[in-house]
Design a protein. Structure first.
Length: 488
């Protein structure tokens, strides 16, 4: 099979810059796809953290003016990642996270910032920026959504295009007046183009104008075509000639490996699950909980938001405490939910522990020391934490939605009889159904041989990138168009 070149376009990439699962996926795909004969370069904005992490950078393209200032595309490496970085200090050289300033408010010029990312990606894809020209462009989420638009309206030979939706809730909608400033033609502003409820829809543009659209699980792929979950875009998605492909995410099984994880008090594998008791004790101590081996210790690593069902979990804290369960929460997000958990942690000392903020090491220790990992999301495109939980033998207790439905096998009576089951699912996503699922989890936990068998099966689940990468590679080959311009 000939080697294929793919340009991945995204606003975050692990380990340089991450606000959520998108960064993990974008960071993991290049290595996973290399094994499938695909050479990936990733185009990302030149935030300070990206510029600091970039080695051996050489300029491959210069924009005298790009949305208000000069800019360059730099080709370089960061660790094992091949990057194309859009160096545009007027757009990206700022403190804060990729989307918002230190005060938490979105940057007012996000429309211009991410249009610039897409425009630079299109320059690379059209062969205007150096000799490396992709056969396929893979755009991730709304920040990269206009890439397909720039390619479409350039009316030149172009690579194949794939758009992946990691979360339909974030759509990137900006005023139509921006059109001239971001260099798209007036006729782009139509229902078949980039127009979205009178504005420019960045994600909508990508969904309408890419050769293929994927999302990150088969169940979410079906859900987003319904008015209930389509968030205003279900009509656009239903109109797609090839439908929506659902390709699950994997996790980096070297980073997430309980056999070698240096952040854990004790490493283990599926034959030495009992060693988790050491991690549980260490986690209880770290969070100031009573060191009770007999308490079902539930862990949460999550954005503290409505999407993640964190308000439902908060309502259940008193009941969980009454049942002798313990709860450890790591996350940040919605200020009201954060505050509510802070009060709960004060109200239930020894039973509930909370760490707000972002802590990679603690995320690992929660996976390695909790008995169960809770993911009560109202919607979940794929979800990564339940995949980590499976690998670490913290049984996932999940809402039956999106990728959670696809990756966890509910340990109901039939599944147990068939020696299946890797966690607990519940539906509908309500406090009461969640509570019943936790009660069921407690019963399973008290039946030690059954629990051990569930843990072993969970840990044997393939959560790696190998299957998903093969699916992406097949899709790339289906849409690839050999690069037109510079000779190879
Ligand atoms: P999201 O919707 O936030 O992208 P995912 O489950 O797909 O949810 O991915 C979240 C990723 O971020 C996982 O890798 C998870 O371990 C990590 N994560 C989330 N919150 C925190 C936190 N507070 N500290 C450390 N890691 C976190």
């Amino acid at each position: 099979m000939s080697r294929l070149r793919a340009l991945s376009v995204a606003s975050e990439i692990f380990p340089l810059v991450k606000t959520g699962g998108l960064a993990d996926v974008v960071g993991a795909l290049p290595a996973a796809l290399a094994a499938e004969g695909v050479e990936v370069r990733t185009m990302v904005p030149g935030y300070p953290a990206v510029m600091r992490g970039l080695d051996a950078a050489t300029p491959v393209h210069t924009f005298n003016q790009l949305h208000g200032g000069p800019a360059r595309v730099l080709s370089g490496r960061a660790g094992a990642l091949d990057l194309l970085v859009l160096e545009a200090p007027h757009l990206f050289s700022r403190a804060g996270n990729p989307y918002s300033g230190p005060n938490g408010a979105d940057w007012p010029d996000n429309g211009a910032r991410f249009a610039a990312l897409a425009r630079a990606a299109a320059a690379v894809a059209l062969g205007d920026a150096g000799s490396w020209v992709p056969d396929v462009v893979h755009a991730h989420d709304w920040q990269a959504g206009l890439t397909a638009a720039y390619l479409h309206y350039a009316n030149r030979p172009r690579p194949g295009t794939v758009m992946t939706v990691h979360n339909l809730a974030f759509q990137g909608q900006y005023p139509g007046e921006l059109l001239g400033a971001i260099g798209l033609p007036p006729h782009a502003m139509g229902v078949d183009g980039i127009e979205y409820y009178g504005s420019i829809g960045y994600l909508k543009a990508g969904l309408a104008l890419s050769d293929r659209v994927t999302t990150v699980s088969p169940t979410y792929a079906a859900e987003v075509t319904t008015s209930e979950h389509g968030m205003g875009l279900d009509g656009v998605l239903r109109a797609r000639p090839h439908g929506i492909d659902g390709i699950l995410n994997g996790i980096d099984t070297d980073v997430w490996d309980p056999r070698t994880d240096a952040t854990l008090a004790a490493t283990y594998d599926s034959k030495r699950v009992a060693a988790r008791a050491t991690n549980k004790r260490a986690l209880q101590r770290e969070l100031g909980l009573e060191e009770r081996p007999d308490a079902l210790l539930c862990g949460v690593v999550s954005r503290l938001t409505w999407q993640k069902g964190m308000d439902l979990l908060h309502e259940l804290v008193p009941w969980m405490a009454s049942q002798g369960m313990q709860l450890v929460v790591l996350g940040s997000g919605d200020a009201r939910i954060e505050q509510a958990f802070k009060e709960a942690a004060r109200g239930y000392p020894g039973t509930m522990g909370l760490v707000t903020g972002y802590d990679e090491g603690l995320a690992h220790r929660i996976q390695g020391g909790s008995d169960a990992l809770l993911v009560p999301s109202r919607f979940e495109p794929c979800g990564l934490t339940q995949l980590c939980a499976l690998r670490y033998g913290a049984l996932p207790v999940v809402a039956r939605v999106g990728g959670l439905a696809d990756t966890v096998v509910d340990a109901n009576a039939m599944a147990l009889a068939a020696k299946a089951g890797t966690g607990v699912q519940f539906s509908p996503v309500t406090r009461d159904a969640f509570g019943l699922a936790l009660a069921r989890t407690l019963r399973l936990w008290r039946d030690r041989p059954t629990w051990r068998a569930l843990q072993r099966r969970a840990m044997a689940t393939d959560v790696s990138w190998s299957g998903p990468a093969a699916q992406y590679a097949a899709l790339y080959r289906a849409v690839a168009r050999p690069a037109a311009t510079p000779a190879r």
